[in-house]
Ligand binder design. Structure first.
Ligand code: NAP
Length: 510
């Protein structure tokens, strides 16, 4: 049986919900899993599923009725679980999923009967860890089945490596379905199909996940391009803690697709750098975006950095060389310089930088290299003084701001993040303190911060943080691929993602 790489996991409280989603998504997702255990009355749904399958002959349907003890929602007896699955087969489902625990308690004839009428997935889920993969498969192989599904929980990124090595070793010998659940399991949800898993699972939407860490089927196809992932696909990712809300996968996968690079970019929720470095070597990962809190901590793990990165003392980009060596770069400075260059001449420009953290350091050194005169204002003045000494810049007291006009003011603090028009206080400067030709806010969520609103109202040109986000990513893309980055497409993709996010936040929670 040749199956698509993604199985759409259908859940819902009612058969109507489930079939409504099946109806609207089957064309793009012809492999469907009906989670009958999620329904209050699974048997009552079967005639409707039967009608649906009759009119959608191209669909391959899997029926699952997982028991509560094994991580599902079905509370009935083992006999009634087998009865639901047998009736689902009669309703047209070509494959049924039975957990190892239920199979071990059933008579072999009962399982053989199920298998005589449809394909059988024998499944095992570990909701705590990734362990004993070979041993579990050994136990499962004693029960004849068409597919053996082993799904575990990733508590580290390295668990994905263990799962994929297992699939590489055993996938040629048996029809396996394998990946890791959890936020840290996303690597294997996308890459397991090239390691040897017959398919992976995707959800209908972010709200309708049937397992922890499940990615939507749409994202698997359109963001991660799972149908194109093969052994030659280069793997990149954003490493941080957390990475759940990172927009980097959206922007980078857009660039990879647009430039026809056989690559995929994944969120890597790394709880430790040791774990991350293990994955870099084993998967292997060809390039990394480094985000909070690892921009400085990654430095000792690198084989080399360019002089610019060493000066800034923070790295946001890693490249894995052919010989496995890791090289560090900082593209945040390009993220500041490129949007400014499009508006004015940086040489001799007077620039005020608010903040003295990692992003401010990249801005200050990047601007000084281009000949700007830089003043630093920071909440903790000692840090501003230290940075000013290192970069040959000036410091300024807040009280003196009203006496000075700048060409550019850059906000490199998080003040304004997540606030809206309704929170007018979250602005790093008062109205009268903003005297400049250009105001640049590094904060990019929301796109229109209060600082930018005030600047606009004063007739000052503004640069939103998304431009920096796009340009620092564009530079990363260039370092990794040697190709010019499609910055316009990247900006469009991130703007849409931010608008979608803002719209989702406004939706009343049901
Ligand atoms: P960081 O290293 O933690 O530095 C934060 C800086 O902001 C410090 O100087 C800190 O002052 C100051 N600060 C923090 N809270 C403040 C407050 N309530 N009032 C006044 N000052 C405050 O962070 P970072 O990596 O530099 O990032 C700074 C901002 O830039 C973040 O919002 C980040 O999202 C944004 N960023 C954007 C991009 C982009 O692509 N658009 C890229 C990088 C960073 P103290 O020294 O007193 O603690």
């Amino acid at each position: 049986m040749r199956l698509p790489k993604v199985c759409l996991a259908l859940s819902g409280d009612t058969a109507e919900d489930m079939l409504g989603n099946a109806e609207s998504m089957a064309r793009d997702n012809p492999l469907l899993e009906f989670r009958l255990d999620h329904l209050k009355q699974p048997l009552a749904a079967l005639p409707k599923i039967h009608r649906f399958l009759e009119t959608h002959q191209y669909v391959t349907a899997i029926a699952t009725c997982r028991r509560v003890d094994n991580g599902g929602k079905f509370k009935g007896s083992l006999a009634s679980q087998l009865d639901v699955l047998a009736k689902a087969q009669a309703a047209g489902c070509q494959i049924v999923d039975l957990e190892l625990q239920s199979a071990l308690k059933s008579k072999p004839e009962a399982i053989a009967r199920l298998r005589s009428r449809a394909g059988l997935i024998l499944s095992f889920h570990d909701f705590r860890a990734t362990r004993n993969l070979e041993e579990t498969l050994g136990k499962m192989l004693k029960i004849p089945a068409d597919f053996y599904k082993i799904v575990t929980t990733a508590t580290t990124l390295s668990d994905n490596v263990a799962m994929m090595k297992f699939l590489q070793k055993q996938g040629g010998k048996h029809s396996l379905i394998g990946f890791c659940m959890g936020e840290q399991g996303i690597i294997s949800r996308v890459l397991s199909v090239r390691a040897g898993s017959v398919f992976t699972f995707g959800s209908v939407s972010a709200d309708l996940k049937t397992a922890p860490g499940q990615v939507t089927a749409r994202d698997l196809r359109s963001i991660y391009r799972i149908d194109q992932v093969d052994t030659a696909t280069r793997v990149y990712g954003v490493a941080g803690n957390p990475t759940e809300h990172s927009l980097s996968p959206v922007i980078m996968n857009t660039a990879l697709r647009r430039e026809n690079v056989n690559g995929v970019y994944l969120p890597l929720h790394a709880k430790t750098l040791k774990d991350l470095i293990h994955c870099v070597r084993e998967i292997p990962l060809h390039g990394l975006s480094i985000t909070m809190p690892y921009k400085q901590a990654i430095l000792p793990y690198l084989d080399n950095t360019d002089a610019h990165t060493a000066k800034i003392g923070a790295c946001n980009t890693v490249v894995r060389g052919q010989e496995g060596k890791l090289y560090g770069f900082n593209t945040d400075a390009a993220g500041v310089v490129r949007p400014l260059e499009q508006r004015l001449s940086i040489e001799n420009a007077k620039v005020l930088v608010l903040g003295a953290g990692g992003a401010a350091r990249a801005a200050v050194f990047g601007l000084k290299e281009r000949g700007a005169e830089v003043w630093i204002l920071n909440r903790t003045s000692a840090k501003a003084q230290k940075l000013a000494r290192q970069a040959k810049a000036h410091t300024i007291k807040r009280a003196d701001l009203r006496k000075m006009a700048f060409d550019v003011i850059i906000n490199a603090t998080p003040v304004g993040m997540g606030n809206t028009r309704d929170c007018p206080l979250d602005c790093p400067l008062k109205d009268q303190e903003i005297q400049a030709r250009v105001v640049f806010d590094m904060v990019y969520d929301p796109v229109e911060t209060h600082l930018l609103q005030v600047a606009r109202s004063k007739g000052i040109a503004v640069i939103p943080g998304v431009e920096m986000f796009v340009q620092q990513a564009a530079r990363q893309f260039e370092i990794w691929t040697g190709k010019p980055a499609p910055a316009g497409d990247m900006l469009r993709a991130v703007t849409i993602a931010l608008q979608d996010r803002a719209a989702a936040q406004k939706q009343p929670k049901s």
